[in-house]
Design a protein around this ligand. Structure first.
Ligand code: SAH
Length: 252
């Protein structure tokens, strides 16, 4: 059995209890070395045999997994954040299906939520937006035409944009073609939850310059939307959940 485990966004303490246990029990760990903090791997699985998948192709990672399974070794395939978001796990699972090898997936904290935590920001606010869109700009991996950033930006919800900070100028141009304006607040969070985390705040008018000046070119998320105004301008409308005049299942 292969355990796909979400390592969380970086901070070694942001893995789930289950993920940490599986790592501690693992004899073999295949991890995305490009992003998963090596400290996390060393802390929870000090005696395991490690494979950094950054330099491996699908055939090679599958071969390592299949060999460990054949030898009856406990193994973890560790992914950054949550494996279901830009994790390329579907193709790995399809290979395991083909080989008749079982697997399970243990979720992790995706970087969007680490970035929201770093900003101390709720992503959904009554009367502002009740929708969060996780997306990216087309890069070497294409994006379906109907999901072009400018089209998705037409909704005006909170958007969390992965894998795109290296193209910040294009991102801003596309967002401006949607429901946002130069005054719409934006935050870029680089290495959320790591010790060298960086937060850049601005508007669509000035964010690109600030990001370039800060030298941020990768491992960052772009969060855009009017929810980001709340910390400066106050919360526009309180939730029903804690409204003293509102009763619900847990409160009369
Ligand atoms: N599965 C991962 C995403 C992998 S794609 C997850 O759930 O977070 C890699 C992209 O994720 C990066 O380009 C960046 O946009 C984002 N990312 C991953 N870790 C990050 C972090 N700690 N801080 C900010 N962005 C991060």
């Amino acid at each position: 059995m292969v355990h796909f485990v979400g390592a969380g966004p970086g901070d070694a303490e942001l893995i789930t209890v289950k993920g940490a246990r599986l790592l501690a029990e693992a004899a073999v760990v295949v991890y995305t070395g490009s992003l998963v903090d090596r400290e996390l791997v060393r802390r929870y699985a000090p005696d395991a045999q490690f494979y950094d998948s950054a330099s491996m192709n699908l055939e090679e990672t599958t071969a390592v997994l299949a060999e460990a399974v054949a030898e009856g070794k406990r193994l973890v395939r560790l992914h950054t954040g949550d494996p279901s978001i830009y994790g390329a796990i579907q193709e790995q699972m399809a290979e395991l299906d083909r080989l008749g090898i079982g697997y399970e997936v243990v979720p992790g904290v995706t970087s969007a939520f680490a970035a929201a935590a770093a900003l101390k920001q709720e992503l959904t606010l009554p009367s502002v937006t009740q929708t969060v869109i996780i997306t990216r700009i087309a890069g070497r991996t294409p994006v379906p035409e109907r999901e072009k950033l400018s089209k998705v930006a037409g909704i005006g919800a909170t958007m969390v944009i992965y894998l795109s900070v290296g193209m910040i100028d294009e991102v801003v141009q596309e967002l401006l073609q949607g429901a946002y304006t130069g005054a719409t607040p934006v935050a870029v969070v680089a290495k959320a939850s790591w010790s060298d985390e960086q937060i850049i705040k601005g508007t669509l008018a000035d964010i690109a310059g600030k990001v370039t000046a800060a030298g941020i070119g990768k491992q960052a998320l772009i969060i855009v939307g009017d929810v980001l105004k709340a910390r400066r301008e106050g919360v526009p409308e309180l939730s029903k959940l804690y409204d003293k005049n509102f009763s619900h299942g847990f409160r009369a």
